[in-house]
Design a protein around this ligand. Structure first.
Ligand code: ADP
Ligand code: MG
Length: 695
C-alpha cells in the first residue's frame, strides 16, 4: 500500500457495509477519511473525583456500585448509586435490559463518561457511557482526547474511530504519504505545524492542546488546514487562468482602427472619465496580443461600464469579428440594444437582440444571421448559450452583471466561440464589488480593472432611513417632486422569495398610489409581465409619459432614466446591502439632486438598523461591501446571490477570514518555487471535480 488515493475498503475493519456508509459522508479514499475532521472532542484523559463534580461538566469517573434498583414512578428506570472515596453520584437509565441490571450488582467497579446534571437526589448522570472494570489495576484513561465525528445512519463512532486510527497508523509508518505541499518557509512564518502534525493533533489531540481552542477553531493545526484549503481554491483559479492564457485569440487591430475610434468618440455625448480611459487602455493591451483576454471590470453603479464595453466591441468589429453581449434581464438587454444601436449608428453595424421571448421565424432569422456573419452584435439573455446559437466568427464576449450568472453559463458561451484552438476574448462586468480579500477566492482566474470614478456632475444620493408610519409624508413628497417635473421609483421588495407575492404587492401598491396621487401618472412594472409590456412601460417612463413607476426588484440592474431622482424602497430590511445599493443606483444618474428613502417596517433589529445606516452614510459600493463584510462576515457577503459560492470542507469564511490576507502571496511563492505542489494540492482539496480548473 503506497497511496492515500486507495479505497477505504483496504483498511482493516472496513467492510462493504461500512464502505457504503462512509461513502454517504463523501469518504471514498483514505485521504478523504484523513481529512474528515471531528466535530468535537471528549476528554477521557483523566478521572475526576466524584466529590469534585458540578453540573455541566462532561467527565470520566470511576467508582463502586452501591446499589442498583429498578424504580417505577412515572417511567420505569434503573437507578444506581456509585461512589468513590470522595463522594456519591446517581446513574439513571430509562432504557435497560435485565442483564444490565444483573451486571451492575453492588460492589462492581465501573467507569462512566457523561455530562453531570442536577437531579432530585443531587448530581446524576443520565445514560452514561459506562464500562465494568474487571481488573482494578487496569488503566481506564485514554492518552488522547476522544474525537467525535460527523456520522451517518448505521455508522458508529467506534467504527469510524477505528478506521481513522488505521489510516493514521498507515501515515505514521509511511510519512511520505502525507506530503506537505506548503513551503517550509510559510510554515515557519505563520508558526504552522506540518501536515502530519496537524492531522495527528486534530484526530488525536494530546492533553497539551486545549479542548476549548480545539472547539473554537483557534488551534494552529486547524488554521493550517483551513489555510491550505483556501490556498488550494485560489491556486486552482490561477491555474485555470494560466490554461486560458495558453489558448490563442484574435488580435484586434483593424487597418482603419484610428479613424473609427475617432468617429466613435465624436458621436458620444460625453468625454470618458480618467478611470474609463485607464480601463480602455487595459482592454486595448489585452486584445492586442494573441491570448484571450479574461478581464473583469468592477465599477460602481452608474460608473459607465456599458460604454467601455461598447468601445471593446468597436475594436472587435473593426477587426472583422462578431460580438456577443449577455445581460441577466430582458429589460437590460433592451436597454443595451438601444444604447449600442445609438452609439454605433454611423457605423452600419447590425445589432440584434435575442431573448427567450423571441420565437419562430424571427428567431430563425437571427440565428441564420449569426451563423452567416450578417449580424455583428447580438445582445441577449441566457438564451444566447443555447445549442442552436452558432457564430460565424465570434471575437468578443461581454457579460454584464456577471454575478447574476452561473460560472457554467459563462463557460458555455465561451466554448461557442471556439474555432480550432482560437477562443474569443472575454470582458466581464459587475457592479457588486467584492472586497479584495474575497476576490482571491472568486476572481483569481480574471484580471481585474476598477472604474473608481463617477462621470462628472453627479451629486451624491441623499439617503434617509424612515419608518413606514411616515407614509403620508412620503406621498406628499412624491407630489411636490412630480410638481418639479421629476420622476419617481417606488420599489416593492421580495416577499419570502416569492415572485407571485411580490408582483401582487406591487399591484396593490400601484392601485393605492394611483388613488392617493390623482395628479400623478402611475405605471407598474414587474417580473410576470410580458417582455413587450415591460418594454412599453419602460419606454413611456423614459419618455416621461409616466411620473411614478411602481416596480419590483426587476429594475435592480442596469435601468437608466436620469430624470428619475427620487426612489422609495419599501421594506429595505429584506434585502442585502449590495442589492439595495444597486437599486439605489437607479437614481443619481442625472445632474439634479436625488434622494432615496428606505422605508422600513418597525420594529427594526439592531443589525438591520446598523446595515441601513451603512447605506445611508455611504454612496460607495466598495465601502459598503467592506462594512457589510465586517458586520456580517464573508459568508453573507459572498452569499447565495453570488454564484460560485464555494462549499469548503474545513475552512469557514466567518472564522478564517484572517487567513485570506496571505493567500495570494503564498500562492505566488508556490507558482515560483514549487509549481509541482499545485496539482496535488488542488486534487487534495477540490478532488477530481476540477470545475474551477475549467472556468
Ligand atoms: P453602469 O456602470 O452602472 O453600467 P452605465 O454604463 O449604465 O453605468 O452608465 C450610467 C450613465 O452614465 C449612462 O447614462 C451613461 O450614458 C452615462 N455615462 C457613461 N460614461 C459617462 C461619462 N464619461 N460622462 C458622462 N456620462 C457618462
Ligand atoms: Mg450597467
Amino acid at each position: 500500500m503506497n497511496d492515500l488515493n486507495q479505497s477505504v475498503a483496504v483498511l482493516t475493519g472496513v467492510g462493504a457495509q461500512t464502505k457504503d456508509r462512509l461513502e454517504k459522508l463523501g469518504i471514498r479514499v483514505i485521504q478523504d477519511l484523513i481529512f474528515h475532521l471531528p466535530l468535537r472532542y471528549e476528554d477521557r484523559t483523566r478521572v475526576y473525583p466524584i466529590g469534585s463534580l458540578s453540573a455541566g461538566m462532561t467527565v470520566l469517573i470511576r467508582g463502586r456500585v452501591e446499589l442498583a434498583d429498578i424504580v417505577s414512578k412515572s417511567r420505569k428506570s434503573l437507578v444506581c448509586k456509585v461512589s468513590d472515596d470522595t463522594g456519591l453520584i446517581t446513574l439513571k437509565f430509562f432504557h435497560f435490559s435485565a442483564n444490565q441490571h444483573n451486571m451492575l450488582k453492588p460492589g462492581t467497579l465501573i467507569s462512566c463518561f457523561a455530562e453531570v446534571r442536577y437531579g432530585f437526589g443531587g448530581l446524576e448522570m443520565v445514560h452514561p457511557d459506562y464500562q465494568i472494570i474487571a481488573n482494578p489495576d487496569a488503566e481506564i484513561t485514554e492518552a488522547y482526547l476522544t474525537p467525535v465525528y460527523p456520522l451517518t445512519e448505521g455508522l458508529s463512532q467506534t467504527t469510524i474511530r477505528k478506521a481513522v486510527k488505521h489510516a493514521l497508523t498507515l501515515c505514521h509508518h509511511q510519512p511520505q504519504l502525507l506530503t506537505d505541499w506548503i513551503p517550509e518557509q510559510t510554515l515557519r512564518q505563520y508558526a504552522y505545524p506540518t501536515l502530519a502534525e496537524a492531522i495527528q493533533t486534530l484526530h488525536a489531540p494530546d492533553d497539551t492542546v486545549s479542548t476549548e481552542a480545539l472547539l473554537n477553531g483557534g488551534v494552529p493545526a486547524l488554521k493550517r488546514l483551513a489555510f491550505e484549503e483556501l490556498l488550494a481554491h485560489h491556486l486552482s483559479l490561477c491555474l485555470s487562468r494560466n490554461k486560458t492564457k495558453a489558448w490563442q485569440a484574435p488580435i484586434f487591430d483593424g487597418t482603419n482602427q484610428l479613424a473609427r475610434v475617432e468617429q466613435f468618440l465624436k458621436a458620444l455625448p460625453f468625454k470618458f472619465t480618467g478611470a474609463q480611459q485607464r480601463v480602455i487602455a487595459e482592454i486595448e493591451a489585452d486584445c492586442g496580443v494573441p491570448q484571450p483576454m479574461m478581464r473583469l471590470i468592477q465599477g460602481d453603479v452608474g460608473s459607465g461600464k456599458t460604454v467601455v464595453a461598447a468601445y471593446a466591441a468597436l475594436l472587435a468589429l473593426t477587426a472583422g469579428y462578431q460580438v456577443a453581449v449577455m445581460a441577466p434581464t430582458e429589460l437590460l438587454v433592451e436597454q443595451h440594444k438601444r444604447n449600442f444601436s445609438a452609439w454605433f449608428e454611423s457605423f452600419q453595424v447590425n445589432v440584434v437582440f435575442l431573448t427567450g421571448q423571441i420565437k419562430g421565424k424571427a428567431r430563425k432569422e437571427i440565428l441564420q444571421g449569426l451563423a452567416e456573419g450578417a449580424v455583428d452584435i447580438v445582445i441577449g439573455t441566457h438564451a444566447l448559450f443555447q445549442d442552436s446559437v452558432l457564430f460565424h466568427q465570434l471575437g468578443l464576449i461581454i457579460i454584464d452583471e456577471q454575478h447574476r450568472f452561473g460560472v457554467n453559463q459563462r463557460l458555455a458561451l465561451r466554448d461557442k466561440g471556439q474555432q480550432g484552438n482560437i477562443r474569443p476574448h472575454q470582458l466581464v462586468m459587475t457592479a457588486t464589488p467584492i472586497p479584495r480579500t474575497l476576490a482571491m477566492l472568486q476572481y483569481s482566474d480574471l484580471d481585474i480593472s476598477i472604474i473608481d470614478e463617477l462621470p462628472p456632475g453627479r451629486k451624491p444620493i441623499v439617503t434617509s432611513v424612515i419608518p413606514a408610519e411616515r407614509r403620508t409624508e412620503v406621498i406628499e413628497r412624491i407630489n411636490s417632486w412630480v410638481g418639479k417635473k421629476r420622476q419617481v421609483y417606488w420599489v416593492c421588495t421580495l416577499i419570502e422569495e416569492s415572485e407571485v407575492l411580490e408582483c401582487e404587492a406591487a399591484e396593490k401598491t400601484a392601485d393605492f398610489l394611483t388613488l392617493a396621487l390623482p395628479k400623478v401618472r402611475v405605471a407598474l412594472i414587474h417580473g410576470r409581465m410580458k417582455s413587450a409590456e415591460k418594454e412599453a412601460v419602460m419606454q413611456s417612463f423614459k419618455n416621461h409619459e409616466v411620473d411614478l413607476l411602481v416596480a419590483t426588484t426587476v429594475i435592480e440592474v442596469g435601468v437608466d432614466v436620469p430624470n428619475a431622482g427620487l426612489m422609495i424602497i419599501e421594506n429595505p430590511e429584506r434585502l442585502g446591502l449590495s442589492q439595495l445599493h444597486q437599486l439605489r443606483g437607479r437614481v443619481g444618474r442625472g445632474e439634479g439632486d436625488s434622494y432615496c428613502l428606505l422605508m422600513y417596517q418597525s420594529p427594526l433589529s439592531d443589525t438591520a438598523r446598523q446595515r441601513l445606516g451603512i447605506l445611508r452614510d455611504s454612496n460607495d459600493g466598495f465601502v459598503i461591501a467592506e462594512k457589510d463584510l465586517a458586520l456580517r462576515g464573508p459568508g453573507e457577503v459572498m452569499g447565495t446571490r453570488q454564484t460560485g459560492a464555494i462549499n469548503f470542507k474545513i475552512a469557514d469564511l466567518a472564522r478564517d477570514a484572517d487567513l485570506l490576507h496571505n493567500i495570494q502571496q503564498v500562492g505566488e511563492q508556490i507558482f515560483k518555487h514549487s509549481p509541482q505542489a499545485i496539482q496535488p494540492l488542488c486534487e487534495r482539496w477540490l478532488g477530481t471535480s476540477t470545475e474551477y480548473a475549467e472556468v
